[in-house]
Design a protein around this ligand. Sequence first.
Ligand SMILES: N[C@@H](CCC(=O)N[C@@H](CS)C(=O)NCC(=O)O)C(=O)O
Length: 210
Amino acid sequence: MKLYGALLSPYVRKVALVAAEKGLDWTMVLANPGGEDAAFRQASPFGKIPAIDDDGFLLADSSAIVTYLEAKCPSPALLPAEPQVRGRAVWFDEFADTIYFAAGIKVLFHRLVGPKLLKRPYDEAVALQGEAELPPILAYLESVAPPEGWLVGEPFSLADIAVASVLRTLAAVGWGPDRARYPATATWYARVAARPAWQHVAAIEDARRR
Ligand SMILES: N[C@@H](CCC(=O)N[C@@H](CS)C(=O)NCC(=O)O)C(=O)O
């Protein structure tokens, strides 16, 4: 499977982590957000990352891709079967994408991606707005981070992958795990980051950054 995007994006990393947890064969194909490469744009009509090409099957959007991979390779299950647990897992995926990263992307794009990586227009006021939005989100996360096990209890799931992926991305702009202020979050995050699939994806990401 080709995975279009860049692993700094939590959405792209989410797909990479799901593929790695499931033991799938995948390769990164670098695509920037809004990139014009024709093959990428065929897979992602609106130029958003991630997108995949799985033996000619093209699909964009991390949650759509994860749903596809879960159906294609059900084991290990990352979307739990029990109805309430599955509902909670999808909640955390949505929380990660549309609440947590919706705030964090303002900091990421206007402090790092715009000014330093893609040399696109940026606005420090937007970064500050994102920083003002993050503390209540992090307080919520601290209130639900489990002392043992995973965000939905058991099993390890898409919930842990999606939320921890945002945390790793925001570490690049100084909003990583903060043990002093958010000890439960930092302890849970360390458990996620110790998983072999996480280590594998992190090694690929770190090698590309060097
Ligand atoms: N809901 C989408 C969001 C994808 C997304 O917004 N990706 C960002 C980069 S982190 C992007 O490509 N932005 C470019 C744009 O909006 O034009 C998903 O889960 O994949």
